[in-house]
Design a binder for this molecule. Structure first.
Ligand code: GSH
Length: 287
């Protein structure tokens, strides 16, 4: 890789060299599929194609929460999309999500299957469909959507910005690390100030806003992301810590975090989920 201090951008950028760093092998400047691959379909109404990343587990946490409150229509098959192997560029996946990113959902409960992509859209779709984890009153719904969309717009600065340059880039560059650390800490402070006087993000009810925010910012303060807890001094965000602990105490959150997971403790990795009993019998240590 050329030294960034001496890099002069050419007139027109061309894709002619590996960019270096983690994920370089899957990064492409063009959309569309790279190979033919039909997606599998299981027995349940909802078919989820995903991976246990912060964006992926938002959806499995909500699905487990819905099942826990008795929404049987939320039964789902969760298929593994291994993004490091390029599964997101298979033709079947691209038909469900032209943006080639997990998570993607197909609702097959009506005669014409409905595709839903973008984790925020999936959370809102499921919450509306089952009338759960989203307040019915306009003020509560609006505040939930405020935080849901805040998360969708903010987290890319944490993942694609801070996490990329702090943990994944081929070298440590001070400029982007400074820039994105500043922004990640500012976002944590936004949450911390709000949670100082609110039990949950949208008020006194646990909603899809908490489910969207927890995997990213709960993950940061719990030290799960980028080995960055000390660097970001996450102990300073005591209200976020309190809230994250509270959200994580929910059994459905613990189950949702296990689905499609490929890293960490083997007993917490349920690579695919097709039945509620899979949590007891099909985790990595057991298969
Ligand atoms: N805004 C999207 C972001 C999804 C996303 O970035 N997914 C990542 C994994 S967390 C992915 O599939 N990356 C594969 C790739 O970039 O090729 C959402 O929230 O659904």
């Amino acid at each position: 890789m050329p030294n960034s201090r001496h890099y002069v951008p050419p007139k027109i950028w061309t894709w002619d060299q590996p960019s270096g760093g983690a994920f370089a092998n899957i990064n492409r400047p063009i959309a569309g599929s790279t190979h033919e691959k039909v997606l599998p379909v299981g027995k349940h109404p909802l078919q989820l194609y995903s991976l246990g990343t912060p964006n992926g587990i938002k959806v499995t946490i909500l699905l487990e929460e819905l099942l826990a409150v008795g929404c049987h229509g939320a039964e789902y098959d969760a298929w593994l999309i291994n993004i490091r192997d390029g599964d997101q560029f298979g033709s079947g996946f691209v038909e469900v999500n032209p943006n080639s990113k997990i998570p993607a959902l197909v609702d097959r409960s009506s005669p014409v299957p409905l595709r839903v992509f973008e984790s925020g859209a999936i959370l809102l779709y499921l919450a509306d469909k089952f009338k759960a984890f989203i307040p019915r009153d306009i003020a509560g719904r609006t505040e939930t959507l405020n935080w849901l969309f805040w998360q969708m717009g903010s987290a890319p600065y944490v993942g694609g910005g801070f996490g990329h340059f702090y943990a994944y880039a081929p070298e440590k560059f001070e400029y982007p690390i400074d820039r994105f650390t500043m922004e990640a800490k500012r976002q944590l402070d936004v949450l911390n100030r709000h949670l100082a006087s609110h039990e949950y993000l949208a008020g006194d009810q646990y909603t899809i806003a908490d489910i969207a925010v927890f995997p990213w910012y709960g993950g940061l303060v719990k030290g799960w992301l980028y080995s960055a807890a000390e660097f970001l001094a996450v102990h300073e965000y005591s209200h976020v810590q309190r809230w994250a602990e509270h959200v994580y105490s929910r059994p459905a959150v613990k189950r949702g975090r296990m689905v499609n997971r490929m890293t960490g403790d083997a007993s917490e990795q349920l690579r695919e989920r097709h039945d509620a009993s899979d949590f007891d019998t099909k985790t990595q240590g057991k298969v």
